[in-house]
Design a protein around this ligand. Sequence first.
Ligand code: NAI
Ligand code: COI
Ligand code: MG
Length: 348
Amino acid sequence: MRLAVIPGDGIGPEVVTEALKVLGEVVPSAEITNYDLGAARWHSTGELLPESVLGELRQHDAILLGAVGDPTVPSGILERGLLLRLRFELDHHVNLRPARLYPGLRGPLADPGEVDMVVVREGTEGPYAGNGGLLRKDTEHEIATEVSVNTAFGIRRVVTDAFNRAEERPRKHLTLLHKTNVLEYAGSLWSRIVEEVSLEHPDVTVAYSHVDAATIHLVTDPARFDVIVTDNLFGDIVTDLAAAVTGGIGLAASGNMDISRRNPSMFEPVHGSAPDIAGQGLADPTAAVLSMSLLLDHLGQKEAARRIEASVAFDLATRDQSSPGATHSIGDRLAALVSSNDTTRPVP
Ligand SMILES: NC(=O)C1=CN([C@@H]2O[C@H](COP(=O)(O)OP(=O)(O)OC[C@H]3O[C@@H](n4cnc5c(N)ncnc54)[C@H](O)[C@@H]3O)[C@@H](O)[C@H]2O)C=CC1
Ligand SMILES: CC(C)CC(=O)C(=O)O
Ligand SMILES: [Mg+2]
């Protein structure tokens, strides 16, 4: 297994260290190559993602990324020039973001019910496509555009993936989140394609929610959601909220996936580089560890993935939730749980 690792900025390297510690217990033979992409490289060389590095990344089975973003770099340089460029170049059209309230874990809601959803966020289009610009710059009448790009091809492949996932889940329920009451053209294309693809999945029940109302339901009744499919921007926003209601952003994992498998998929926590807590050992590495579990599952290492998830579930059910420990001690606990190789411990 050839794994490329991009620790990145802020807490990225801290949480990646712990994810690799856990990987060492399940796949000690993994070949790991580190790539020093991020703020430090940009400052010293001006490089964000050289073509040669992109070529090397393509030679790996998967990529693990910590996070990018640094207060010393103008906003957007690393996010667009490195992170989004990776997602776009490697055609990561499915941004998979499970959000589950693990048994025994106290979230912020008094009575959330059984929360276990997966958000399938489109990853290469929408308002993040970079289709915009400034007109009449530096005048009183400056105009900024950021045009959302929604192609039938792009929507269909992510919607198809979401239906396939819904089909595999016990509840077989899919919710489209959009804003069709205002975003007339994009909204109607998303709705039409969901309707068309639903005909191939008669077992899957389909619901629609305007994204603003969905933020209410995510707080008042998150258990209603099973699979959510949505565009790049809405998916970005609702997955931070879904993370918050299922125990916090430090637990939320994700995969940026090329479902065709022509390119390596890239796994990363949902969170960013958290400069406010970087370097203090305060970051919870669980999201990075669960991202490693998603990575292994994607590569067919199902048992290794299951062992990691079971260990995380056990840790979440038994940890002192008001004081879960320093980054490295959470990583040590998880590595010890995984290495105890108690494969009889089920994911609760
Ligand atoms: N995938 C990526 O690389 C992402 C990068 N970013 C970038 O990260 C930088 C910071 O962005 P923010 O908006 O502050 O979002 P953020 O996700 O980095 O932080 C939001 C809040 O969550 C907390 N937090 C994040 N991860 C945590 C963890 N593992 N354990 C405990 N607490 C955690 C932070 O301390 C902060 O209070 C920006 O430059 C942003 O562009 C943001 C989101 C994703
Ligand atoms: C920094 C953004 C490009 C990424 C982000 O917030 C996300 O993917 O959740
Ligand atoms: Mg985000």
